[in-house]
Design a binder for this molecule. Structure first.
Ligand code: FAD
Length: 391
């Protein structure tokens, strides 16, 4: 039975259709029973729980968005709530799915030929194939378009890739990794599907993260990696096509940011009602109520924004600056919110056990990936003023 979240104060979930609500109920039940109990342990050990890959596939996590695989017609608002629901429980799991479904399947859907979509999307949807998305490099992150130095050189029916990538999520175990590289003939950025085991392709796990610790991020080296032409994404002809993917995924990351904030807020509400100081629950003190109300205000405003940006996608009018503003705004509000919620726990807020510290720490990576706050601000600033201020 569908029960709206108390933290969805204005009832945005009422926008969902009955099949969408039913799918969300099933996902929520699985996350509570199988993911929540292991989330802190996986985070602490920096391990990804591989056992959840197939059950999440069965729940539709990698298939809802794509015509080739969706189990029923659904809205972008629904797919946003799916991301929110996952991040509410564990932002590492939401990030894994964001890479598998948003960045990997999304790129193939947006930039692949009909044959490539038919070949890969069903295999990603079933969890048989795990994907990764390699754009960032050791020396280029925000400057991914101009600063990208990985090269692709065509020789007849194949391409040779050389370069390095950094931070690539899922890439320590992915079956295919999308590598963005500059064509040495026309200097345009193109996308290639590189299979694990291809000679010259190596991945090394990045250790010691303080955020999204269960996500496996990799440094990648590409040394004379040969990829056949049929593994080049046929509709990725320049960085403009990469940006089409990022527009979609930035909106989805914004939903995950709201989910991560809600995870911290829900824990804080429960704690405010149970922890007593000065002879009553701390939730009865005015300053504690202030932290909760400011948090709920941030969450409610952010929900309004992500709902609308997803409706724009369904209406066919979503632009890059829409998702850039949404990403910059919602992740900033999330960062404030998780800090207020952590504060409400006093000392207990710095241990994993109380289920707020993980949300607090995970906010940092969400704030910086898929375009930092500054980059998304500059995208919107360019729209407002007509002047690009990147360089
Ligand atoms: P830099 O670009 O070096 O920026 C450093 C600082 O300078 C930032 O504050 C930035 O905003 C600021 N800055 C830079 N230029 C300007 C300017 N012109 N004006 C004002 N400020 C500026 N990438 C992938 O390709 N695939 C992935 O799967 C992936 N997963 C990730 C997972 C995690 C956990 C993390 C942390 C990162 C991941 N990334 C991934 C990389 C991520 O997208 C980059 O970290 C991000 O784009 C920022 O790039 P950077 O780290 O190189 O920072």
């Amino acid at each position: 039975v569908f029960k709206p979240l108390a933290s969805d104060f204005f009832g945005y979930e009422n926008l969902l259709s009955e099949p969408e609500k039913a799918a969300l109920v099933a996902l929520r039940a699985y996350l509570e029973s199988d993911v929540r109990p292991i989330a802190n342990g996986c985070w602490d050990r920096a391990e990804f729980p591989m056992q959840i890959v197939k059950p999440l596939a069965a729940l539709g996590a990698y298939s809802f968005g794509w015509e080739e695989t969706r189990p029923f017609e659904n809205s972008a608002v629904f797919r946003g709530f799916v991301a929110l629901e996952m991040a509410r429980v564990d932002a590492s799991v939401a990030t894994f799915v964001g890479v598998q479904n948003g960045l990997a399947a999304g790129t193939i859907s947006v930039c692949g030929s009909a044959e490539q979509r038919a070949e890969w999307l069903p295999r990603i949807a079933s969890g048989e194939v795990i994907g990764a998305f390699g754009l960032t490099e050791p020396l280029s992150g925000s400057d991914a378009a101009q600063g990208l130095t990985t090269t692709a050189t065509r020789d007849g029916d194949s391409w040779t890739l050389n370069g390095a990538k950094r931070w690539i999520g899922n890439a320590t175990f992915s079956d295919i990794t999308i590598i963005w590289a500059k064509d040495t003939a026309d200097n345009q950025v193109k996308g290639f599907l590189v299979s694990r085991g291809t000679p010259g392709f190596t991945t090394t796990k990045i250790e010691g993260k303080i955020s999204l610790r269960a996500v496996q991020n990799a440094d990648i080296v590409l040394e004379n990696v040969v990829v056949p032409e049929r593994m080049r994404l046929q509709n990725a002809n320049s960085f403009k096509d990469t940006a089409r993917v990022l527009r979609l995924t930035r909106a989805e990351v914004s939903w995950a940011a709201v989910g991560n904030a809600i995870g911290a807020y829900d824990a804080a509400v429960a704690y405010a009602k149970s922890r007593e100081q000065f002879g009553k629950p701390i939730g009865g003190h005015q300053l504690v109520q202030d932290l909760l109300v400011k948090s709920l205000g941030n969450i409610t405003a952010s929900l309004g924004m992500v709902v609308r940006v997803s409706q724009l996608l369904d209406e066919g009018t979503q632009r890059d600056e829409h998702s850039a503003l949404t990403k910059a705004y919602t992740t900033s509000r999330m960062r404030e919110t998780v800090a207020w919620c952590r504060e409400l726990f006093g000392g207990n807020g710095v241990t994993l056990e109380y289920n707020v510290a993980r949300h607090f720490a995970d906010a940092e990576a969400i704030y910086s990936y898929e375009g930092t706050q500054e980059m998304n601000t500059l995208i919107v600033g360019r729209t407002i003023t007509g002047q690009a201020a990147f360089v």
